[in-house]
Design a protein around this ligand. Structure first.
Ligand code: MGD
Ligand code: MGD
Ligand code: SF4
Ligand code: MO
Length: 749
């Protein structure tokens, strides 16, 4: 007889699409994973990574116990031993060298785990260090900065309202592979198809004719890093042709004239050669945007990870505002998350806005942005002696040895640290440098509510999923581990009562935020018996825009109510939110942030820059996820995916044939990768995915090591940044290619 099968609803924590999954379990084992048809947001969609949660759960390399370094050896340790070691070694460093001597680095998976996201900031605060680093400065900081300047909050990022859109201009994003980013949208392919079936158009601007371009109506190659020129050219064309019509937003926008003046020199003719797009095409795009009632410009990582990342991110929204498409149905709209959204809190319509540069990095003077320093200064802050030098590091779901430019340099720097702790599920390229590794739970052992992504979703929704499996009795959730680190940082000791500390922090925060209402809120929350992330979530839901306000709004949301609705609750299509959403001091959209206008001068100065010989860009594959899913057999099998795509004309010129092994270098930095010829590449551009390079000694990733691939970030330059946001330049970096032999290994894709 077959064992009875239980069915569990689980939200996928792997990418920003946040699909609801149905996990079938028999005899304590996953037997299948499908898209959950009853999910109020994703309606059954799943990608190959969703299935791989089974592999991840069962991966023998996934750590299940703390690890302590003893000389050259790793030993398994108890949780008490691990935290005692941390206390013994971390505190003397703080005492001798001050709080900035301890740095923290938080990585991408933390954005997907409430356990980490809700406690990481609290740990950073308890440590009191200025040395806070994250994947944000390898990714989306430019968009957060431009949105913050324009709309008043770092997380007021507008997203395409795709289901009502009739013209979608996509720059530097490949949602067919990435499943969307700074834009939580499932089944992009289906929605794109529907858009086109109702007569709409999608146009993609990308140095590669991507999988997204393949399903679009038109595609234009762009010289990497040159989006600022295309976008400023479009703005210029709108003004020149009298197409500026902000509509309802005119009343709520300041700075239109300043934008006109600042872009006066960027005529389509002036920018065409620099971006590689004909002047007529630039004008045509501007006209189509202005003429389509429901239209939207969307720029993503390709527009951020470049020297003019903030300018490009800003100009995307400038175009949306000037054509009346911001905050309008079918355009770029602002989600209204049921919980944790700062842009639903406090006084509506005005606020303090954002500030940057409250401190600067010690060696390069890079300004603080959103409380962080650029990831690319981490190496030099460890290497450079003097007061404030980093001597200890805590990584939280962060693998910068692979994910940050200059990875090999960082690896060397990590070896000079006096102490390092990694909260990570693997002994991998970064955590191999640690002295203590504290493993997280399997995603199937953890409860889930997305804190961030409902703030970026194309529809509003509230969804929760409980653990599929009970976590092992002796394996604490990660918020416990972060609280324990906090206890150490605050001098309470490694054996402090973490739940009491959680109560203390929660009470203090409610008292601070809720004023006179605090005692009633604390009493109501005490009755729920909840602690940890779920207590914060319940409070956020109940006091959020859809909340039950502890009974004042009957029928409103609470965690009980969301939990009771398997598959979650749909909260409807996005609604216009301006002026209510704004948190700028002026209570207006700041269309012309002074720093952007000033930086536009820098772009103008580079208008005539000739194209270098070859530049490199990145790529994402649907069966991969940044640096850490190459150890999962279902994703790892198949053709070799870490290949250097090259246009045949470049290949011929460089003497590189299909299947050749190419040395890709920039100065002293070099890697080798197999070449695959592709007519989809823009001539002059080579394309290699990031997150590979699993051949470093000391890592324990059996499957990934069989097919290590090359680390793109070993060739990129960690001194290149967007000066405004501090974001790393990962795209358009000049490289040299030469043939060094034939690729021997699995056939390239
Ligand atoms: N050249 C180039 N570089 C890039 C990019 C690019 O496009 N090109 N993209 C950048 C972007 S957008 C990002 S977001 C970064 C990502 O870079 P990182 O922020 O470093 O994130 P990942 O590479 O995803 O590595 C995640 C780490 O978290 C661990 N982990 C996974 N799940 C858990 C968990 O539940 N708990 C804990 N504690 N640890 C866990 C993994 O083992 C791994 O060590 O890479 C950036 N780097
Ligand atoms: N399967 C899969 N999904 C993922 C991830 C993954 O690693 N694998 N990572 C997740 C993460 S952390 C993120 S941040 C998102 C990112 O999601 P997306 O932003 O959609 O990222 P990519 O798929 O890398 O697409 C970026 C595109 O920008 C193009 N590009 C490069 N340089 C330029 C330029 O200068 N200008 C223009 N216009 N285009 C340029 C590249 O050719 C590429 O096609 O994906 C997430 N989803
Ligand atoms: S698209 Fe794939 S990886 Fe992303 S949430 Fe959905 S199933 Fe998970
Ligand atoms: Mo990212």
């Amino acid at each position: 007889m077959n064992a009875p099968t239980e069915s569990h609803y689980r939200i996928c924590p792997l990418c920003e699409a946040c699909c609801g999954l149905n996990v079938q379990v028999a005899e304590g084992k996953v037997v299948s994973i499908r898209g959950a048809e009853n999910d109020a947001f994703s309606h059954g969609y799943i990608c190959p990574k969703g299935y791989a949660l089974k592999d991840l759960h069962e991966d023998p390399d996934r750590l299940r116990q703390p690890m302590l370094r003893r000389g050259d050896q790793w030993v398994k340790a108890s949780w008490d031993e691990a935290f005692d070691e941390i206390e013994r070694r971390l505190l003397p460093i703080v005492e001798a060298h001050g709080r900035d001597a301890v740095a923290v680095s938080v990585g991408n998976p933390a954005a997907h785990k409430m356990s980490l996201l809700l406690y990481f900031g609290r740990l950073a605060k308890a440590l009191g260090t200025k040395n806070i680093y994250s994947a944000s400065t390898l990714d989306q900081m430019p968009k957060q900065l431009s949105s913050g300047w324009m709309f008043g909050h770092w997380l007021s990022v507008a997203v395409p309202d795709i289901d009502r859109c009739d013209f979608l201009l996509i720059l530097g994003a490949n949602p067919m592979a990435s499943n969307g980013s700074l834009w939580t949208v499932t089944d992009f392919r289906g929605r794109a198809k529907a858009l086109r079936q109702r007569g709409g158009q999608i146009v993609v601007v990308d140095p590669r004719r991507t999988e997204t371009a393949a399903i679009a109506d038109a595609h234009h190659f762009i010289r990497p890093g040159a989006d600022v020129y295309l976008l400023a050219g479009m703005v210029n064309a709108l003004f020149a042709e009298g197409l500026v019509r902000p509509g309802r937003l005119a009343e709520w926008t300041v700075g239109v004239d300043a934008v006109r003046e600042a872009t006066a020199a960027f005529t389509p003719e002036a920018v065409a050669a620099r971006c590689g797009i004909a002047a007529d095409t630039i004008r045509g795009l501007a006209r189509q945007l202005a003429a389509t009632e429901r239209a939207c410009v969307y720029g993503r990582i390709g527009t951020c990870t470049q020297e003019f990342g903030t300018l490009s991110s800003w100009l995307v929204d400038v175009l949306n505002v000037l054509t009346g498409h911001l905050d309008a149905p079918g355009g770029a709209m602002f989600p209204k998350a049921a919980a944790f959204a700062y842009n639903t809190q406090g006084k509506a319509g005005t606020g303090k806005g954002i500030v940057t540069g409250r401190h600067a990095s010690r060696v390069s003077g890079a300004p603080e942005v959103f409380g962080e320093l650029p990831m690319t200064v981490l190496s030099e802050e460890i290497e450079t002696a003097g007061p404030g030098q980093i001597r200890a590091l805590i990584t939280v779901a962060s693998n910068p040895v692979l994910s940050s430019p200059g990875g090999p340099r960082l690896a060397q720097a990590l070896d000079t640290l006096e102490f390092m702790v990694s909260l990570d599920i693997y002994l991998n390229e970064t955590s191999r440098h640690a002295d203590v590794i504290l493993p997280g739970l399997s995603p199937l052992e953890d409860a889930h509510y997305d804190v961030t992504f409902p703030q970026l979703s194309h529809r509003n929704h509230a969804r929760y999923s409980g653990p599929v499996f009970e976590p092992p009795a002796d394996h604490p959730p990660e918020w416990h581990n972060l609280l324990r680190l906090m206890a150490i940082a605050r001098g309470l000791g490694a054996r402090a009562d973490v739940l009491a500390l959680d109560d203390e922090i929660f009470t203090a925060e409610v008292n601070k935020q809720a004023g006179d209402h605090a005692p009633a809120i604390l009493a109501a929350m005490a009755k729920t018996g909840r602690r940890g992330p779920e207590r914060q979530l319940d409070l956020a839901l109940r006091t959020g825009p859809n909340g039950d306000l502890f009974g004042l709004k009957p029928g409103g949301l609470s965690l009980d109510k969301v939990k009771a609705a398997e598959g979650g609750i749909d909260l409807g299509a996005l609604q216009p939110r301006i002026p209510e959403l704004l948190r700028t001091p002026s209570g207006r959209i700041e269309l012309a942030p002074p720093a952007c206008l000033a930086d536009l001068g820098r772009a103008r100065g580079r208008l005539d820059e000739p194209a270098p010989g070859m530049v490199i860009v990145g790529r994402r594959d649907v069966r991969s996820n940044n640096s850490w899913m190459h150890n999962l057999p279902t994703l790892a099998k198949g053709p070799m995916r870490c290949t250097a795509l090259l246009h045949p004309t470049d290949a011929a010129r460089l003497g590189l044939a299909d299947g050749a092994l190419a040395r890709i270098s920039a100065g002293e930095r070099a890697i080798t990768a197999p070449v695959a010829l592709s007519a989809d590449m823009m001539p002059g551009v080579v394309c290699l995915p990031h997150g590979w390079g699993h051949d470093l000694p000391g890592a324990q990733l059996g499957v990934a090591a069989e097919r290590p691939g090359a680390n793109l970030n070993a060739v990129l330059d960690d001194t290149l940044r967007d000066p405004l946001s501090g974001n790393a330049v990962l795209s358009g970096v000049e490289v040299t290619l030469e043939a060094v032999g034939l690729w021997v290994g699995p056939a390239p894709e």
